[in-house]
Design a protein around this ligand. Structure first.
Ligand SMILES: [Zn+2]
Length: 241
């Protein structure tokens, strides 16, 4: 008698499943939850880009809202557009990814098959997901507010979001080597905090120096001792003379 299982019947009904290569990236544990959803739409080409809206007759133009140099489809927005290309280049540099492509699918494949640890792959996927979300957010800001963040601001925000998320859900089985590598990603943030604290200290010192210089002058002016003494001395000196 043949073995019966619900799984076998279900698989026969739905037919062969399509092979996908993006599940590790989209459903990565280190991704920020809202980034997962936008990434899931992106990998299926279901974000309502201007090119899609123009095809449905909703938009008069298919041009990229950010650069206006090409049709705003998924391939252009992630990451062939000059704006998003500069952002992803800076983020690849941050994680030490030397693969020279701005194509999201190729980047995903490179990371998935790369010779790096599981943790580093997860961090790289989290960065990609955050970058996709940030570019989509910038594009929407362009549409609704007619402005979008600079590349530097966008990159800084993505780095901060990725760092914060990973620190929040840091897996326990991270090797010492990976921990050291991740610590190097935190150095930039710590350095900027130190610079900010240093500048604050300098300003406070400068403020106290100004206060010290100005206090005796104000004091003498307020009491009027030195001025009157000087006047007396001058008058006395002139009389004596
Ligand atoms: Zn563009």
């Amino acid at each position: 008698m043949p073995h019966y299982s619900v799984k076998t019947v279900y698989e026969k009904i739905i037919g062969p499943k399509p092979v996908i290569h993006w599940d590790n990236m989209v459903w990565n544990w280190l991704n920020i939850p809202k980034n997962r959803f936008i990434c899931w739409l992106e990998v299926q080409g279901r974000l309502q880009t201007t090119a899609n809206l123009a095809r449905f007759g909703v938009s008069n133009t298919a041009n990229c809202l950010i650069c206006g140099q090409a049709d705003e489809d998924h391939k252009h927005l992630f990451f062939a557009c000059p704006y998003s290309s500069r952002c992803i280049s800076a983020l690849k540099l941050w994680l030490g990814i030397s693969y020279s492509t701005s194509n999201l699918k190729q980047l995903m494949r490179f990371i998935a098959h790369g010779r790096m640890s599981k943790f580093r792959k997860q961090v790289s996927f989290a960065m990609l997901a955050a970058a996709v979300y940030a570019v989509w957010s910038s594009r929407n800001s362009c549409f609704w507010n007619a402005s979008f963040p600079t590349v530097q601001n966008m990159v800084a925000r993505v780095k901060k979001n990725v760092r914060d998320r990973i620190l929040f859900v840091l897996p326990k089985n991270v090797t010492r080597r990976d921990s050291l590598w991740f610590a190097t990603l935190l150095v930039g943030a710590v350095a900027s905090v130190f610079v900010a604290v240093g500048l604050l200290c300098m300003l406070l010192q400068l403020g106290s120096m100004v206060a010290k210089i100005s206090t005796p002058m104000e004091g003498s002016g307020h009491l009027g001792l030195s001025d009157s003494t000087m006047v007396n001395e001058m008058q006395g000196g002139s009389t004596r003379g």
